[in-house]
Design a protein around this ligand. Structure first.
Ligand SMILES: Nc1ncnc2c1ncn2[C@@H]1O[C@H](COP(=O)(O)OP(=O)(O)OP(=O)(O)O)[C@@H](O)[C@H]1O
Ligand SMILES: [Mg+2]
Length: 199
């Protein structure tokens, strides 16, 4: 199984992934845990470029999109496909839906551009996508406690409102795959809600 976790900053993606990972680990099943942008040494270096705030020039939206897909191509070929071929379950912290939400809904890039990249470079879509949904302010207040903000986290609230709306659209477009979790709940309850889809 290939499972992705999506949502705006601080909604609890990493927390949920860890709980699911530990749950299956206790049952003797070893899952592959990974994230985007990143997931391989090279892709993590691209992630550093994407999140850095100290560029001399503003990163063009197209550049951002292509860097994300450069990292994703590496991640798919080096990690996701080999793991799935070996019969393992893969949990990824963000995947293609994040590009729809952030780069299309958030930045305003066309869906046609994204479709071309997905059709050309993404051979494997998740079986299940958990969308952790919560008001932007709630996630931000959770994330704020972590300290310095990266290039995305420095965006204004209205940017994240568009991102959230993008995820909402995906949830409506692909209800079979994209499952909404109420991320305002306690971590234990979010985990219990997710588990229903994994049994
Ligand atoms: N359901 C929850 N209720 C309250 N606090 C939570 C919940 N889930 C996570 N947290 C806390 O909120 C903070 C952010 O959680 P987490 O890092 O899992 O979010 P994230 O979605 O992975 O964030 P990011 O998008 O920045 O990676 C952490 O301090 C975490 O302990
Ligand atoms: Mg996280």
């Amino acid at each position: 199984m290939f499972i992705s976790f999506e949502g705006t900053e601080g909604v609890g993606k990493t927390t949920l992934i860890r709980k699911i990972y530990e749950y299956f680990e206790r049952q003797g099943e070893h899952l592959v845990l990974t994230r985007e942008p990143g997931g391989t040494p090279l892709a993590e270096r691209v992630r550093d470029l994407l999140l850095a705030v100290n560029h001399e020039e503003k990163m063009a939206h197209d550049t951002e999109l292509l860097l994300i897909y450069a990292a994703r191509a590496q991640h798919i070929q080096q990690v996701i496909i080999p793991a799935l071929d070996a019969g393992k379950t893969v949990l990824t912290d963000r995947f293609t839906d994040a590009s729809y939400a952030y780069q299309c809904a958030g930045r305003g890039l066309s869906k046609e551009k994204l479709n071309i990249l997905n059709q050309t470079f993404v051979s494997q879509m998740p079986d299940i996508t958990f969308w952790l949904d919560a008001p932007i302010e709630l996630g931000m207040s959770r994330a704020r406690e972590r300290g310095a903000l990266d290039r995305f986290e420095q965006e204004k609230v209205d940017f994240f409102e568009r991102v959230r709306q993008g995820y909402h659209e995906l949830h409506q477009l692909y209800p079979e795959r994209v499952k909404r979790l109420d991320a305002t709940q306690a971590p234990e309850q979010v985990f219990e809600d997710a588990l229903i889809y994994l049994k």
